[in-house]
Design a protein. Structure first.
Length: 406
């Protein structure tokens, strides 16, 4: 067997005994108890081996803005306004530098696939988009970056915005996003976004709802349009007010989402920071219970969203930490750790249509070795990765800390 690398003594989820992984031309070609080959060998040391993490919803263009504006706004509208004022002055070099800082962290935490939203409107122009196109090229050695252009401040009420979105789609944007709750006519925005997605044959990823009033939601309209346009499996929604719905309504929405083929992303850090601020006591969490949606057959994920900006003044791009935070908030115990780990690996890969993803023969050799013997230990302790591969090449290493005992 002609191999480029053999990873030995690796523990996989669902297997009792360690295995060896044979890699050739950037892909997994064998998973066996032992592999004999004249190839370089790298031992996982009996530790857990996972497919690389998948971050399905990030905002690289407006990350790392701490110190550039106030953070005492306390609500969604204030955060949007703060970034709106700043992005007029964004340069391509500035956006690229901040995105690079985030991508460095993400890679070091084991992320190998990422979807970033990027604001395109008359204030930002195409500067952020062009910067992230460059980041996509610069980091292809370690991470596949997908660019989702979207109108943060509305579409039908923002003259010139649609023309810029179309220009970005013609210039290589991978998919289209939306934000109906900031539009003066949310329904018209949804209709127009579906029209554009069909015209350019791209996927849709929408910021939806973002409040805790269960009486109104755009979930049904998005599901209806998805079915009408035959785009099941190519539409995702983030945030969403499903956590505010009574159990019966939640389960009905879950069935509808599953039938329509609409995926859902939970964004714990941002939703926890911004939701429920109108309450003096007993503040709700505001985080959609995506593990329960997944049990109904909905493709789901947990993702980073904003990093160190007015929407979320925290963040280190660790998806293991974010999934652990979600489990805490959603009150998921050890019996659900595996399902939560799926939310940052297999499940987002599925709805992002990453056909070469996974820990299987034929998949891309995008792998990460965690400093733990099994998945439950890694998840519970927010274990850091030790090293990882991108298409079979070592893309990062994180040596274990050395304790200097007296």
């Amino acid at each position: 067997m002609n191999l480029d690398l053999v990873v030995t003594d690796a523990r996989l989820r669902g297997r009792d005994e360690p295995v060896a992984i044979g890699i050739a031309s950037g892909r997994i070609v064998a998973i066996e108890r032992e592999i004999a080959a004249d190839a370089p060998v790298r031992s996982a040391g009996g530790r857990l081996l996972l497919p690389g993490f998948v971050d399905s919803h990030v905002h690289l263009d407006k990350a790392c803005l701490l110190g550039r504006c106030g953070h005492d706004h306390g609500d969604l509208k204030g955060a949007i306004a703060a970034v709106s004022a700043l992005k007029r002055g964004f340069t391509e070099d500035d956006v690229l530098a901040r995105a690079a800082a985030c991508l460095d962290r993400a890679i070091g935490h084991g992320t190998t696939r990422m979807r970033t939203h990027v604001e395109v409107d008359p204030r930002a122009g195409l500067r952020s988009f062009r910067a992230l196109k460059q980041a996509k090229r610069d980091y292809a050695w370690a991470l596949d970056l997908s660019l989702c252009v979207f109108p943060q401040e509305g579409l039908t009420n923002d003259p010139g915005c649609e023309e810029l979105l179309v220009e970005a789609l013609r210039d290589g944007a991978d998919l289209l996003g939306g934000c109906p709750y900031t539009d003066s006519d949310p329904s018209a925005q949804i209709d127009r976004l579906f029209d554009l997605a069909c015209a350019f044959d791209v996927d849709l990823d929408l910021h939806l709802d973002f409040d805790l009033d269960p009486a109104t939601s755009w979930v049904e309209e998005v599901c209806r349009k998805t079915v009408e346009t035959g785009r099941g499996g190519r539409v995702a929604i983030g945030h969403v007010k499903l956590s505010a719905m009574p159990r019966e309504a939640f389960e009905a929405a879950a069935r509808r989402l599953a039938d329509a083929g609409v995926a859902v992303t939970a964004l714990p850090a941002t939703d926890l920071f911004l939701m429920g601020r109108d309450r003096d006591a007993d503040r709700p969490r505001g985080v959609t219970r995506v593990h329960e949606l997944a049990a109904h057959g909905v493709a789901c994920s947990v993702a980073t969203n904003n990093v160190q900006n007015p929407f979320t003044p925290f963040g280190d791009l660790s998806l293991m930490r974010m999934a652990n935070l979600y489990a805490n908030v959603a009150q998921v115990g050890p019996e659900g750790f595996g399902a939560c780990l799926d939310l940052v690996t297999e499940s987002p890969a599925r709805f992002m249509n990453l056909g070469d993803y996974g820990l299987r023969v034929g998949a891309a050799a995008d792998l990460v070795v965690m400093d733990a013997a099994d998945a439950d230990e890694a998840f519970a302790s927010i274990t850091a990765p030790l090293w990882g591969l991108k298409r079979g090449r070592v893309s990062f290493e994180r040596p274990r800390p050395i304790l200097n005992r007296p």
